[in-house]
Design a protein around this ligand. Sequence first.
Ligand SMILES: [Mg+2]
Length: 271
Amino acid sequence: MKHLFFYLSELKKILKGRNVSLFVDYDGTLTPIVKTPDKAVIPQKTRAVLRDLSKNRHCRVAVISGRALKDIKKKIGLEDIVYAGNHGLEIEGPGIRFKVPVSLRYKAALKRIKDILRKRLSKIKGIIVEDKGLTLSVHYRLADKKDERLLKAIFREALGYYIAGNKIKIRPGKKVLEIRPPLEWNKGKIVLWLLARRRHLPGGKNNAPVYIGDDVTDEDAFIALKDIGLTVFVGDPGKTGAKYYLRNTREVTRFLEQILKIKTDEEICQN
Ligand SMILES: [Mg+2]
């Protein structure tokens, strides 16, 4: 697999003279993974470069996260960018407002599941059951490694009925299990959906989509952009559909600075 910084000249060629539609994940991509989700704060430097990118007329920025929309908006706090929360079940940005419709039956099931899980998982230390409105997340980063099997057993037993009846879907991530509506709606579909909207396409066809992410849920986006975009995995390169990788969130910030530099230099040349 290719480390992105060894291919900077290739990168410049791809991005030069084209408009950039930048898609970034949050946890593990813009901020290092931390013990509890509320402690993940975006570094000043990263936030500043995202802001400058969003203000550049050749760039569009979208943050796509598993967090609830309200949460991710607050964490970043920038205007003029698109926020996709709950892995795209709710999207908001300049000229965009979208929320996937879910049935009352699903909402009722989710509430029941939350009650069941909070009760049954209370015997395991370090589990957080987070209510994200349209979804639930069970975080187990703080739990003892030896309790993970018990957690998964309780989880399967409590949710078997709902999974078998296709009433919910489970999506695993890094030390988290997410319960979501039974829809085929993933980060790949969201990226293509946003690209199909003119507002996220500053320059029609002359557009370079860039996607950066670190988790299994980002793989759908890597596949969706395989032939049309620049895809970047964050972490130790292993099995991923992305073309390039960066080692950590610091390198992601440096890469964002590179994109900004390429685009700012172009603007100076044009003026
Ligand atoms: Mg992530």
